[in-house]
Ligand binder design. Structure first.
Ligand code: TMP
Length: 254
């Protein structure tokens, strides 16, 4: 097989040059990290499941007119995506108090929020992705007000779509984190959803039992981490064809 050029390697994914200009191949690893990379581990089969789950969610979003970078899944661990100019701002949408908002503001975990709350974080691993306001984002030129308007509108729309999608399979969408990028088409620029949407960057709780089915199982050593991801995929109807034995998948080619 021809060697491919690695463009970027993150904690959970690798990006390779794509087959055509303006495309990339996104490879999903089993590696997991938390608390700004101070906790690390492997969640067996996570890459295969997140590739499927993110494909499913991005496809649903594309179907309802939310633009995403997703083009198509290539194999068990890889998907073809459009190359974007990544905006260095993470957008977090929260419906129920959990994680850092509970710690920061002393709101007990599980408290429904009066309305969906959007937070921004500056994408800088060295700084621990600090929370920032729209003022910081526009003043430092990470995004302009039009970009921010588009990101906010898309984030709230995605929250509506995903809350309904997960509600339909008995899962509460507690919160999630999005990334966006700029896609240039001739003279036009469009703000597009990037990265992945999976149990790595969503909090997903069973509607009846409150059981966590996301990366918090890894973050807080709750056990049965793989099973959480598998259960999300199973409920969405997208477990790999031959079941959990299919989860290891091929090794990354470099
Ligand atoms: P937080 O409560 O820790 O701020 O997390 C909010 C959401 O963002 C939650 O769904 C997990 C996700 N998240 C990431 O995707 N990456 C991160 O580095 C962190 C800290 C959280």
């Amino acid at each position: 097989m021809a060697r491919r050029k690695k463009v970027y390697e993150g904690k959970a994914k690798v990006l390779f040059e794509g087959p055509e200009p303006g495309t990339l191949v996104q490879y999903f690893k089993d590696d997991a990290s938390a608390f700004n990379n101070t906790k690390r581990g492997i969640i067996t089969g996570k890459g295969v499941l997140n590739n499927r789950i993110s494909e499913y969610i991005m496809t649903r979003l594309n179907d309802v007119g939310v633009p995403t970078h997703f083009v198509r899944r290539l194999n068990m661990r890889e998907q073809l995506i459009k190359e974007l100019e990544i905006i260095p701002v993470e957008v977090v949408v929260r419906n129920v108090s959990a994680g850092s908002i509970s710690t920061r503001l002393g709101i007990p975990e599980g408290t429904p929020l009066p309305r969906s709350i959007v937070e921004y974080r500056y994408k800088s691993a060295e700084l621990g992705n600090p929370m920032v306001s729209e003022e910081h984002i526009t003043a430092f030129g990470w995004a302009n007000t039009q970009d921010l308007d588009d990101m906010l509108a898309l984030a709230l729309r995605i929250n509506d779509v995903l809350s309904g999608l997960f509600f339909g399979v008995g899962i509460r969408l507690v919160d999630f984190r999005l990334e966006f990028g700029r896609l240039y088409l001739d003279e036009e620029m469009q703000i597009v959803v990037a990265d992945e949407i999976s149990p790595d960057n969503c909090r997903l709780w069973d509607m009846d039992t409150g059981e966590k089915m996301d990366k918090d199982r890894f973050r807080h050593d709750l056990g049965r981490v793989e099973e959480g991801y598998q259960e999300v995929a199973r409920r969405l109807g997208i477990l790999p064809e031959s079941g959990p034995r299919d989860l290891k998948g091929p090794k990354v080619m470099q």
